[in-house]
Design a protein. Structure first.
Length: 107
């Protein structure tokens, strides 16, 4: 697949995650997206620059930015809740002793 087709597909996926309130996937996709552009920039930075300056990219990016502004509080809340749930799960695993969980000991 050509760089442009792959980049457009990637940007549309980014937009889709926002449209469907798939905030965890959106957050993970940020790093994947950055790695994609960095990888291609190391091969041909002029092609990446052309794409990032294209009207097609700018249209998608504007939609992403507009949606992000509308949903950023919900995104931050979900990411914070995910972080807290991961922390609670880690504490549960760390405080388990001989098959008896820390939480059941408190009761």
């Amino acid at each position: 697949m050509s760089f442009w087709k792959e980049a457009i597909k990637l940007e549309n996926l980014f937009l889709e995650y926002l449209e469907k309130d798939m905030f965890e996937e959106f957050n993970k996709h940020i790093k994947e997206r950055e790695e994609f552009y960095n990888r291609h920039a190391s091969e041909d930075s002029s092609e990446v620059a052309k794409f990032l300056n294209s009207n097609e990219y700018k249209e998608i990016n504007k939609k992403v930015n507009d949606l992000y502004e509308l949903k950023k509080d919900a995104i931050k809340k979900e990411i914070k809740e995910l972080a807290l749930s991961h922390k609670a799960a880690q504490e549960y695993r760390n405080n388990s002793f001989n098959g008896i969980s820390y939480f059941s000991k408190k009761v």
